[in-house]
Write a protein that binds this ligand. Structure first.
Ligand code: NAD
Length: 346
């Protein structure tokens, strides 16, 4: 099986690439290498004869056609995207171009390639999306695969649009698709602009730990290695045309999550006072969704998949990884916008 992974130099895509290689698949990693990419994420597999890298931009239809022609993949797993909500508030255009138009380009390239091959039933176009397309929950309830879409940020709206395109390419052209919507990921190789790495790295630098609003927002947290495993499970066993929600079964308020990380650091790398003293409440993000929660019944009952770690276990592994891999994150701290407060425009 030869899998074309888009966005394989990013956080989740690189976890998919590493696991797919470990499972014996051939992998073609297509990535434009934007500010969010880091090829070091796939260093451990870069010399494997089953691994190939193609620097290409999904906004460039000709480049996509060339990659399909050269590599003739059996399946596509599409993760390439602009992924940071705060950046989408400051500059939504890039999110429309990559997440919407880029997904359209990839669908067209995949459809033409699949048609030229005689429309093999075994082909898959697996689109990786987010639970943020469903909007915000109140204190109760959970997102199922039938929850109506109600995206609130430019990021989630662009992902929702891409999901609709994928669905339409299945309904209209018969493209064999799979769609997954998952909750917030965390773990090794997480780019240092996202909440969990920010908490760890600001703590290590003795800098204030910014918590939006009062830290009351609730997210379901999914360990990235579990997510990669779920994605490969859906690709292998998922029913064609179907959506699967992927959750971590680990809901937490942001402030409780930050406390958990500070407590782990207090144990693993004690300082004079607790890292909790660095917590600083800052102006909330405009349109900040209160709560996301995933009902994982479908993937559990149909595919037998469940997350393997609790939030506490996953955070311990994540903190340990950041402590042991300083050269990885040091190299990223000077990238455009990292360490700055973004996304305040209301
Ligand atoms: P990321 O920002 O870490 O990585 C994205 C990758 O895509 C980068 O390597 C980047 O270079 C590449 N890319 C961006 N624009 C491109 C373009 N025009 N052409 C080719 N490559 C391009 O993102 P991530 O957190 O790994 O997320 C991967 C996917 O999973 C995204 O589609 C995202 O919407 C989805 N997702 C992420 C989360 C999360 O918590 N991180 C949760 C749910 C869904």
């Amino acid at each position: 099986m030869k899998l074309l992974v888009t966005g394989g130099a990013g956080f989740i895509g690189s976890a998919v690439v590493r696991q797919a290689i470990a499972q014996g698949l051939e992998v073609v990693n297509l990535d434009a290498l934007t500010y969010a990419a880091c090829l070091a994420n796939v260093d451990s597999v870069a010399q494997n004869p089953r691994y190939r890298f193609e620097q290409a931009d999904i906004r460039d239809p000709a480049a996509l056609r060339r990659v399909f022609d050269i590599h003739a993949p059996d399946a596509v797993m599409h993760l390439a995207a602009e992924s940071h909500v705060d950046r989408s508030i400051d500059g939504p255009g890039a999110f429309i171009e990559t997440n919407v138009t880029g997904t359209y380009n990839l669908l067209q390239a995949a459809r033409d390639y699949w048609t030229a091959k005689g429309k093999p039933e075994s082909f898959r176009f697996h689109h990786v999306s987010t639970d943020e397309v469903y909007g915000s929950l109140g204190p109760t309830g959970m997102f199922t695969e039938d929850t109506p879409y109600a995206p609130n940020s430019p990021y989630s709206a662009s992902k929702a649009a891409s999901d609709h395109l994928v669905r339409a390419w299945a309904e209209t052209y018969g493209l064999p698709i799979l769609l997954t919507n998952c909750s917030n990921n965390y773990g090794p190789f997480h780019f240092p602009e996202k909440l969990i790495p920010v908490v760890i790295l600001n703590s290590l630098h003795g800098k204030p730990i910014p918590v939006y609003g009062q830290g009351e927002n609730i997210r379901d947290w999914l360990f990235v290695e579990d997510h990669a495993n779920a994605l490969l499970t859906v690709l292998d066993k998922g029913r064609v045309g179907r959506t699967y929600n992927i959750g971590g079964e680990n809901e937490a308020r942001n402030i409780d999550l930050v406390h958990m990380i500070c407590d782990i650091l207090d144990r693993e790398k004690p300082d004079k006072t607790s890292y909790r003293n660095l917590i600083s409440f800052v102006t909330d993000r405009p349109g900040h969704d209160l709560r996301y929660a995933i009902d994982p019944t479908r993937i559990r009952e149909e595919l037998g998949w469940r997350p393997s770690v609790t939030l506490e276990q996953g955070l311990e592994r994540t903190v340990a990884w950041y402590l042991a891999n300083e050269s990885w994150w040091q190299a990223l701290l000077n990238r455009d916008g990292v360490g700055m407060r973004l996304g305040q425009a209301g």
